[in-house]
Structures are given as structure tokens and as C-alpha cells.
Design a protein around this ligand. Sequence first.
Ligand SMILES: [Zn+2]
Length: 342
Amino acid sequence: MKILVSNIGMLATPLGRTAQGGTQQGQIQILEKAWLLMEDDRIVSVGDCTVPTPSAELTINAKNKLVTPGLVDAHTHLVFGGWREKELLPKLNKVSYLEILAQGGGILSTVKATRLAEKEQLKAKAKKILNRMLKQGVTTLEAKSGYGLDVTTELKLLEIIKELQEEEVVTIVPTFLGAHALPPEYQNNREAYIKLVTENVLPQVVQKKLAAYLDAFCEQGAFTVAECQQILRAGKEAGLGLKCHCDEIVALGGTELAAKMGAVSCEHLIKTDARGIAALRSNGTIACLLPGTSFYLDATYAPAREMIRQEVPVAFGSDFNPGSCPCSSLQLAMHIGCYNMA
Ligand SMILES: [Zn+2]
């Protein structure tokens, strides 16, 4: 079936089909007073007012508005129990994220709430958020597990993501983030937890086709570079793509590691230095930056402009999660990023 979008005020499309770096990153094709023709879910032609508007079986009048491709949110923690509103006041009083984490707050309090929640409850909550994101223009998003940190709950979160992917119109790319934090029951046995992630949960995730990517949190208070290497290697050997939370609070060297291991993206990168940027560049790794998190943590911003100058492809994600970025608006993240990332 042919569908025509007519009366478009401005049609704006980034050029190219792959991640772009440097000056190419800013290249956008703009058509004013335009139309767009779709056939069987594919865009087959576009034109401006100098080209006659084709006919179609269905016409949508864009009423002179802006039309862009659907937004892609490359980093979300979509499924979780509870919220962490109680951390707001300490944060405003300058208690650091690592201190909150050490006091049992942060990720671990969400893990507790997520483990206690029923599957349907978690799914209904995620679905509501998903619809809110869709209304703001997000048509594809990445969603991570990482608030279960045990076999049952990690699998449950990924199953919810899979069900939402099948039932909802938004395209969801699932990521296994078993290495998000060390759960309380393994605080004194790090090796055993890493073994659980790599030798127990991961094979089940792969066998059930529950994830496209594996992610790890390389950070002080989370996992070391050597531990992340072990976890990422297991993910790679199991056939998953790699992503890594790096340099959010302290630059440990996770960016260099993940880039060298062929990760598609390194994420956060607030503290990334010249060595990290060089590693991203030489390995063609995408810098997935999360401006909303810097805003809510009252932290500095990732060196986005320097990355772009160095031809590293830069993407923005919302990092939507119940604590460090409780805002699901990718549009707001884009605004915060563009204004603050010098
Ligand atoms: Zn994250």
C-alpha cells in the first residue's frame, strides 16, 4: 500500500547509513515544503515543492510540521522495580553517587525492588514508559537487564524486554547487563559472581536468544578492567555484540579495553581522556554519551566536541533509569547535551 506524507514544513534526514564521525556527523539533508512516499513500510521517494506530489492510497497531512526519522535511544535501563526518589535530597546535599552506592542505595536498592516485583508489574511499568518514549519520537531503543543480578531475575527482565519487543510497535534491542553491580550476596566473593554471570546466566541468555549485546559496568565500586575483560570476552565468545559502561566517574581504562575488544559502543565517557578518545577512534567505536546523567548527577559532561573533532562517531542516549537519570526524554537529553558539551 502506498502512503503519502504531504504538506511537510521541513523534512530533515542525516546522510549515510552508518555511524558518521567528524564533520560528516553534522551533515543533514533538508527539504522544505516537501512530501514523502512510502510503500509497504519502506520510504520509496521524497521531494520538495519543485517536484509534483505523487498520488497514494492514503495521505497523511503533516500540516507544515517537521518530519525526521524516528529517534534511536541507544542506552536505556527500561525495566526495573521502584524508584530512587529518596536519593535526590542527599544528592542535592553533595553526597556522591559512590557514597550512596556504598550505603546500599543506588543500583542495589533498585535490585532489591526489582527482585520483589512481579513480572506483570514490571512489564506494565516498562510498557507505560515505552509509550511515553514513542510519543516523544523514539521508534527504536536499546534496553538492558542489570537490576536482577541473579539467574531468575536477569532472565525475567530479558524475557519482559522480548515480550515488549513482540507486542509493541517500538523496536527494542536487548542487552544483557549481568555485570551491572556486585549483588549483596556476593560482596565477598567477586569471582563466584563473575562465574555465575559468564557460565550460568550468559549461556541461558544466548540459548533463549534473549540478548543481542552484552554490557559491563567498568567503574570504581562496580567491576575492574580485568574483570570486565573476562566478562566481555565471554560475551564475545558466546556470539553477542559488546557494549561497555566506561569512565562515568573514574577513568579506569575500560574504554581502551572495550574499544580494543571490538565493542560497538562505549557509554558515559564523562572522564574519558586523550588515550580513551584515541582508542575509540582507532577501533571505530561509537561514543554513546548520556547528558541527562551528567545533569542529574551534577557531574561534568563528556568531551563530545573533542570526540567529534577526532572523528569519533558520537551518539546520545537517555540512560533512562530510576536513579541517576529518571527522565525518559531523549529530546531533553539532546538539548542538555548540545548546550553543555563544549
Ligand atoms: Zn547505563
